[in-house]
Design a protein around this ligand. Structure first.
Ligand code: ZN
Length: 139
């Protein structure tokens, strides 16, 4: 991972083999980023994505292992129990330009990833929502 601070924001380039959530967590810990918006594009060859089943209160995960374009990565950084909480959703496409997407649990860079981390003042914490079982913004 290489990155550069621009004002209060960051431009990040992930490299072959970097895992997106681990890399982003490391960046947030190192730079003390507590509240931010994430956007990125790139290419991956492994992605673990989930769909939240609201009735079961759990994620159904699927693993994709093939060369894929990372068409859109959107999400945010907040805090939970004093640690960075990374919440990302991704859309990827395969060789046939077919798209898959979901809540991102893991993704490994195959070529590069160009990411912007837009920071906000202050911090945003998470709390469990009783109705859904999800960790939601504590606003
Ligand atoms: Zn999600």
């Amino acid at each position: 991972m290489k990155y550069k601070k621009v004002g209060s924001d960051y431009v990040v380039r992930l490299e072959i083999g970097d895992e997106i959530i681990k890399s982003l967590t490391a960046l947030c810990e190192k730079e003390n980023i507590t509240f931010a918006e994430i956007s990125a594009i790139g290419a991956v060859d492994r992605a673990v994505m989930g769909f939240y089943n609201i009735c079961e209160h759990q994620y159904r995960q699927k693993t994709f292992e093939e060369p894929m374009e990372l068409l859109s990565l959107l999400g945010n950084v907040s805090q939970k129990d004093g640690k960075p909480y990374i919440h990302l959703h991704a859309v990827v496409s395969n060789e046939e330009c077919r798209t898959f997407g979901g809540h991102l649990n893991e993704a490994v860079i195959s070529v590069t990833c160009e990411m912007f981390v837009k920071t906000f003042d202050g911090e945003m914490n998470r709390r469990i929502c009783d109705k859904t079982g999800l960790n939601i913004f504590d606003i």
